[in-house]
Design a protein around this ligand. Structure first.
Ligand code: ADP
Length: 397
């Protein structure tokens, strides 16, 4: 079996998966794990393989030690990169700026270009690049491939991609809409075309990636024409801990009037807002339990979330003109039937009708949840970004 190692390196963690690019989206990967608390006094490596979980605790000062420990733990359980037929390593890169529109075979030049984009994603790209450098040293004999979260949205029309701010300043500073979760939106929209047995070019779709982070996209044929995340992943839908769209004047108000430093406002809007900011929890399973116990904050958080989601769906329907499919994906979208029902409730006059029984089925794979007479087909398609990255990487093997 040919496997691809998929790495998602954060500032204090590395998520890894050994994936068979030919597996189904809902199959467990061959092996998966997490290196966490890099740089803290004590770190941890967790590995899942063959139905078992293994944990090692040790200080992990940097990404080199972290990945090395992960490979050793994998080797102990006979699933190390040298125990399997490893054909490529796929790296998730958050920001590809205006430079990268598609996956790239990593060379020194590509690393330099990715480094030049750090100012656009100062929290994400440096860690992604650290992961690439360490992995290239440890696994020098296989191709390494970079897959960009922004790539799919690269060709969006200027009316959707540009903000109405000083044109020259925006161009100089890289201020524009890039969009994120592109790997997921592309994967899911390809899958929908397959399920509908139509060429992708012939259908207009709205994809709703509702995980802890959340974004939606309007896709006309092959081309995304709009997406909710912006220059950063903070914009758009209400998320687990991110506010989504807020009046930018709020930032000035919190700084000038409430005296909050910029970094605190950044943390507030990215980590302490969204559903968590209102209800105190960001997991939708907990939120549902609280709603059932008639907790008012939970109900309010849920209503704000749904309100914003419907607003985006409505605006994308107008932008697209004709919509053939609306698709839910990611943790919330795949599992929470209440969110799906409420997001699309009372839209019969727009050709949208959910079938409650289909909507209530468990998340076992891609499925149609609209009624037989719904003009717009509504789907749930489990996303699998690691699998999509593995498939891109394999193409370079
Ligand atoms: P991310 O990749 O953004 O971390 P995921 O797509 O894995 O997120 O989604 C995680 C979120 O999905 C959780 O925070 C939780 O809110 C939601 N979720 C997961 N399972 C369920 C479920 N069975 N019912 C409702 N929500 C769920």
């Amino acid at each position: 079996m040919s496997l691809v190692l998929v790495l998602n390196s954060g500032s204090s963690s590395i998520k890894f998966q050994l994936v068979d690019p030919d597996q189904h989206a809902t199959d467990e990967p061959f092996a998966s794990g997490l290196v966490e608390q890099i740089g803290e006094p004590m770190g941890r490596v967790t590995l899942k393989h063959a139905g078992e979980k293994h944990v090692v605790e040790a200080p992990i000062p940097d990404h080199t030690v972290g990945l090395d420990l992960a490979f050793k733990l994998m080797a102990e359980h006979e699933c190390g990169p040298t125990d399997v037929e490893l054909v490529a390593v796929g790296h998730r890169l958050v920001h590809g700026g205006l430079v990268f529109s598609k996956p790239e075979l990593i060379t020194d030049q590509i690393v330099d270009l990715a480094r030049s984009l750090i100012p656009l994603a100062p929290l994400h790209n440096p860690a992604n690049i650290d992961g690439i450098e360490v992995a290239r040293k440890l696994l020098p004999d296989v191709p390494h491939v970079a897959v960009f979260d922004t790539g799919f949205f690269h060709g969006m029309p200027p009316a959707a991609a540009l903000y109405a701010v000083d044109k020259e300043l925006a161009a100089e500073t890289g201020v524009r809409r890039y969009g994120f979760h592109g790997t997921s939106h592309e994967y899911v929209s390809n899958k929908v075309a397959e399920l509908m047995e139509l060429p992708k070019a012939a259908i207009n779709q709205i994809t709703l990636h509702l995980g802890n982070g959340a974004s939606c996209a309007a896709i006309k044929g092959e081309q995304p024409i709009d997406t909710s995340m912006g220059m950063t992943p903070l914009a758009g839908l209400v998320m687990g801990t991110r506010s989504g769209d807020v009046d930018p004047g709020i930032v000035f108000h919190l700084h000038r009037t409430a005296g909050m430093p910029i970094d605190d406002i950044d943390e507030l809007l990215n980590k302490k807002s969204g559903v968590k900011g209102i209800a105190g929890v960001n997991d939708f399973r907990e939120l549902r339990r609280m709603i059932e116990e008639e907790n008012e904050d939970a109900w309010l958080a849920y209503n704000i979330y749904i309100h914003q989601l419907r607003r985006y769906i409505g605006s994308y329907m107008i932008s697209l003109g004709r919509v053939d499919a609306i698709t839910f994906t990611a943790g919330v979208g795949e599992n929470d039937s209440f969110v799906r029902a409420d997001a699309l409730a009372n839209l019969e006059m727009y050709g949208i009708k959910i079938d409650p029984e289909r909507n209530a089925l468990p998340n076992t794979g891609p499925r149609l949840i609209s009624a037989h007479d719904s003009v717009i087909k509504v789907w749930v398609v489990p996303t699998n970004e690691e699998l999509a990255i593995a498939r891109y990487a394999k193409a370079f093997a």
